[in-house]
Write a protein that binds this ligand. Structure first.
Ligand SMILES: Cc1cc2nc3c(=O)[nH]c(=O)nc-3n(C[C@H](O)[C@H](O)[C@H](O)COP(=O)(O)OP(=O)(O)OC[C@H]3O[C@@H](n4cnc5c(N)ncnc54)[C@H](O)[C@@H]3O)c2cc1C
Length: 558
């Protein structure tokens, strides 16, 4: 059962849709070419021009968008910070941007440690506002300065501290949503009576409850067998969450659904106490393989985080005017480092933890240096390098860049050393190299092969690497997505990764929630080929512009 492809809309039809929206929406309706181009990209390799953009002021506006989408058959794409890497935040759709107005905290319950928020609130803003309560929202993607809670729910995002806090899935209690037929619904934990009431009702909401329960119950054995047995699996839909004995909560299906099932209008999030004190130990290695091998041993020390960075990230940071002065924590010229963080309640406790790690590394001959960083400002410098390193990588001169297309693999951390060696072999067999960084504590690695997508050869190289890496991830029992989501770039591999039976369940699930295919279609399932809708592509030619300065080192302007 393939869902309808997002269709291209002609200019006159676009005008009708714009007019219909302007009559019903109190927020902003932007169908001009500039806005459409602005919203045609996310942080992925893709570009898809929206039909138009709506910036809703309230839930009624979002309802109006869905009504117009239903009437016109044009899809809706909810958007938050737009920082996604897999193409899930671009589509030929009415893009509905939650980040400008629907970005408030509605309620905080300090005693019970939860809050109700609107989807467009930026993570750092949320956590700043929670400071007086001594609480925080735990999922911490590197993009927390601009990514929003709603986008994190869409992708099931994680971050540097997931080894102790888990995924977004573990922190979302309830969601208010609008279903594809315009019904407003609230998903939360249900006891058996509550569930029976939902199952026996009429309308789309009840069909969804019946559908999800049936798909999970009838296919439990296949789901058990096919889902990777690792914490960091975010590929596909969370059917595995409906096999457990815990109370039925449809929220778990919404998390990670990338706007393909329904639109979220409010979220009840779990909050955790802020750590009292932290310290870092930065372990230096000759190469990325040694660093990967050490992770399983470091995990025995119960760190709150282990982040990996390779020499590419470090060299770029050293060369950057903004970060060069942050690099005092580096000794020599490491091929890779592991930044290990500990939580604690006193300097003495943290000194003890970091010293013990240092001794252990020395006794096992793991790494050539271990630098303890206890000072708070110095720790912030290290995190700044980790958070900004990627942006710097993208400043690599020339058309070939370290691009996100196999950048989110996750495997059991115990197998990381072997996995990284095999990954590197695939990359080198394609006559290129890769930049390595990521959340080593949970085996989630952001490995970006350097390719140019402005030539057909480069595009073919990407396809071939992605094919071989999907084989490798399958062999290691891992997941192609450990936190960034599927979008297009990984959605195309879901049938291979989960097998045809589970893939059919994904399609059926999508069809149950969204029978007319108006919710961000062709993401996760029924995706277009990986090399369609590329921002550049084999035929791309940058316009040549006369300039006073010499930019030839960068090849061209885009
Ligand atoms: C440099 C860089 C580093 C990154 N590091 C991390 C990391 O450490 N960890 C990590 O997990 N990710 C990371 N990411 C990926 C991305 O930043 C995260 O997934 C982030 O949580 C996305 O949030 P956003 O607000 O930008 O969402 P968007 O990209 O706007 O949306 C994400 C998805 O959610 C859906 N969505 C948005 N709002 C709604 C809504 N109201 N209702 C229904 N669906 C909705 C969208 O349709 C889309 O499918 C990184 C990305 C970049 C570019």
């Amino acid at each position: 059962m393939a869902t309808t492809a997002a269709r291209r809309v002609h200019a006159s039809e676009r005008g009708d849709i714009e007019n219909a929206l302007k009559q019903r929406v109190s927020g902003e309706v932007k169908f001009d070419p500039f806005s459409r181009v602005l919203y045609s990209t996310d942080a992925s390799i893709y570009q898809m021009e929206p039909v138009g953009v709506v910036i809703p002021r309230n839930v009624e506006d979002v309802l109006a968008v869905i009504e117009v989408a239903k009437e016109s058959g044009v899809p809706v794409l909810p958007r938050a910070g737009g920082t996604s890497l897999a193409g899930q935040t671009v589509n030929h759709a009415i893009v509905t941007d939650f980040s400008k107005y629907l970005n408030q905290i509605i309620e905080v319950n300090q005693e019970e440690q939860w809050a109700r928020v609107q989807p467009g609130i930026v993570l750092d803003d949320l956590n700043r506002q929670l400071l007086p309560y001594g609480l925080m929202y735990a999922p911490d993607p590197t993009t927390s300065s601009r990514a929003c809670v709603g986008g994190g729910v869409g992708n099931n995002s994680c971050g540097a501290h997931s080894v102790i806090y888990g995924k977004t899935l573990d922190h979302i209690k309830e969601v208010s949503v609008i279903l594809s037929d315009g019904t407003q619904s609230h998903f939360q934990e249900l006891d058996s009576r509550g569930l029976e009431a939902k199952l026996s009702g009429a309308g789309l909401e009840s069909e969804i409850y019946r559908g999800v329960r049936r798909l999970a119950q009838e296919n439990a054995a296949e789901i058990e067998a096919r889902y990777p047995n690792i914490m960091r699996r975010v590929s596909g839909y969370n059917l595995d969450e409906f096999l457990t004995d815990s109370p039925f909560n449809m929220t778990k299906m919404v998390v990670g659904s990338e706007g393909t099932l329904c639109v979220i209008t409010e979220i009840k999030i779990n909050l955790v106490p802020r750590p009292i004190m932290t310290a870092l130990a930065v372990v230096h290695f000759e190469d990325i393989f040694g660093a990967s091998d050490a992770v399983q041993h470091i995990l025995e020390h119960d760190p709150s985080s282990i982040e990996i960075m390779d020499k590419n990230v470090l060299e770029r940071s050293r060369q950057s005017a903004g970060l060069a002065s942050n690099m005092a924590f580096i000794e020599g010229n490491p091929g890779a480092i592991l930044v290990v963080e500990f939580y604690g309640e006193s300097d003495a406790e943290l000194t003890d933890k970091t010293d013990k790690l240092k001794e252990d590394m020395a006794s096992r001959s793991l790494g050539y240096a271990c630098v303890n960083v206890l000072d708070r400002a110095a720790q912030a410098s290290v995190w700044a390098v980790r958070k900004n390193g990627l942006g710097l990588l993208m400043s690599m001169h020339g058309d070939a860049k370290p691009l996100p297309f196999v950048e989110d693999t996750a495997v059991d951390p115990d197998k990381m050393g072997e996995f990284v060696r095999r990954f590197d072999e695939v990359v080198r067999n394609h006559d290129t190299e890769a930049a390595y960084y990521g959340h080593a504590s949970v085996g989630c690695l952001h490995i970006r092969p350097v390719v140019s997508l402005k030539s057909r050869d480069g595009v073919n190289k990407m396809l071939s690497i992605a094919d071989e890496i999907s084989d490798l991830v399958k062999e290691f029992g891992g997941s192609l997505s450990g936190e960034h989501g599927d979008g297009i770039v990984r959605g195309v591999w879901n049938e291979k990764m989960f097998g045809p039976e589970i893939y059919k369940l994904f399609q059926e699930l999508k069809g149950t929630f969204d029978p007319d295919g108006i919710m961000n279609p062709n993401k996760i399932v029924d995706c277009p080929p990986m090399d369609q809708n590329l921002r550049y592509g084999g035929d791309y030619r940058a316009p040549s512009l006369p300039t006073k300065l010499d930019f030839s080192i960068d090849t061209d302007f885009a």
